[in-house]
Design a protein. Structure first.
Length: 169
């Protein structure tokens, strides 16, 4: 019975030191084994697996580097293309504005010519032309342009309109 009692009185510090010493011993033996295998030029399955993983990691890293370079080139191309599209949109917008201005000028000048030639014009035609002139002025202002071609035509139209109003259409 004393033997059993002696077993229950285990000193855990000795057990801890013993386990630690065993682990250090195993590590030393494994390191010694790896050193011998390395010196003899042998390759174990574990070493082969480690080498393959290392090679795969290097290939993956190189592939990612190439992908990053391609991505950077694609982004630069995309930025250049965006700038080209933006410039084209600005150009088209300017062309559209110029066309609208020219059409409005032509309509106002044409109406002024008809009025000055004495051709019959109704009240709606005058009102329409005055609204076109207001749009024309607004577009010029929005685009920082100046009116220099339609002022005389609008004077003719306004004078004729006032005269028609006096006469009672």
């Amino acid at each position: 019975m004393n033997e059993i009692a002696e077993l229950t009185k285990i000193d855990f510090s000795y057990v801890f030191i013993a386990v630690f010493a065993i682990l250090i011993g195993i590590k030393v033996i494994v390191s010694l084994f790896e050193w011998v295998v390395d010196k003899l030029g042998l390759e174990t399955k574990w070493m082969r697996s480690q080498r393959r993983e290392h090679e795969l990691l290097i290939r993956t890293s190189q592939g990612l580097t190439e992908l990053q370079k391609e991505h950077k080139k694609d982004v630069e191309r995309s930025d250049r293309r965006d700038e080209e599209i933006s410039a084209d949109i600005k150009k088209l917008t300017q062309m559209f504005v110029d066309k609208e201005i020219d059409d409005m000028r032509w309509e106002i000048n044409n109406f002024a010519t008809n009025v000055s030639e004495g051709k019959p014009c109704n009240k709606d035609s005058f009102t329409h032309c005055i609204h076109i002139y207001e749009k024309y002025e607004r577009i010029l202002k929005e685009n920082n342009l100046e009116n220099g071609e339609v002022e005389i035509s609008m004077e003719i139209i306004n004078d004729a309109y006032k005269q028609k109003l006096k006469e009672g259409f």
